[in-house]
Design a protein around this ligand. Structure first.
Ligand code: PEP
Length: 251
């Protein structure tokens, strides 16, 4: 089976102002032809910077993504942004169902799925996030929780071009803690298995499954070498160009 080209995506969360474009400039400078051949890069800044960074990325082939979108195309939804608007601003990816959205904005699988449908409608690739809490892991529910999230959050029109899955254990995000490689392998194998049901046997091997949660230059090689890990979703370390590039260089 030919493996998909890995994707290393940075999630800047609620960090970054116009002057942060210099981080992207540094990423561009380090995204050498050799690295480009091995790994795809994406940066997901706050929505205020999508347009600016998309222009700055023309020619560099670093993709720009958003961190959330509304399910509807337009309308009376004060403060919200549609997938179409984000695509118009230059995004090609959008993260949906990040644990911080699930936690602080009470997003459930059904809403996450509607957002992924919106992403596809607008021509964006949805990065659908799933992952268990510490409590769920400790009570042995990890696999059933992740399975349920996948079945509820991934739309039926998904395929390897418009879907990326990110496995992000909630307890590993921003904590410096990471699962063992065996635990990562177990969950990623389950995700691959579920993808066979969701997108079909032929396309499932081509869907990128990212690992996210405290990925750093020091642990990237170990995590990225795990079977069925096709890249990383990187939070904190993506704010420092040298760290983000070092993680990408782990391939
Ligand atoms: C994230 O929030 O997507 C993430 C992986 O964060 P961090 O790398 O900071 O743990």
């Amino acid at each position: 089976v030919d493996r998909p080209r890995p994707l290393v995506a940075g999630n800047w969360k609620m960090n970054g102002v116009k002057s942060s474009a210099k981080v992207l400039t540094e990423i561009h400078a380090g995204y050498t032809p050799g690295l480009k051949a091995k790994v795809e890069l994406a940066v997901c800044p706050p929505a205020t910077l999508v347009s600016l960074l998309s222009y700055a990325s023309v020619g560099s082939r670093v993709a720009i993504g958003a961190q959330d979108c509304h399910a509807k195309e337009s309308g009376a939804f004060t403060g919200d942004l549609s997938a179409e608007m984000l695509a118009d601003a230059g995004a090609t990816y959008v993260i949906v169902g990040h644990s911080e959205r699930r936690q602080y904005h009470k997003e459930r699988d059904v809403e996450v799925c509607a957002k992924a449908v919106a992403a596809h409608r607008a021509g964006l690739t949805a990065i659908v996030c799933v992952g268990e809490t510490r409590e769920e892991r400790e009570s042995g529910k990890t696999l059933s929780v992740v399975r349920k999230q996948l079945r509820g959050s991934i739309p039926v029109d998904s395929n390897s071009r418009n879907l990326v899955v990110a496995y992000e254990p909630v307890w590993a995000i921003g904590t410096g803690l990471t699962p063992t490689v065996a635990d990562v392998a177990e969950v990623h194998a389950l995700i691959r298995d579920e993808l066979r049901r969701l997108v079909g046997k032929a396309d499932a091997p081509k869907v990128r499954i990212l690992y996210g949660g405290s990925v750093k230059p020091s642990n990237a090689a170990e995590l990225m070498a795990v079977e069925n890990v096709n890249g990383a979703l990187v939070g904190g370390a993506s704010l420092v160009a040298a760290d983000f590039l070092a993680i990408a260089g782990a391939y």
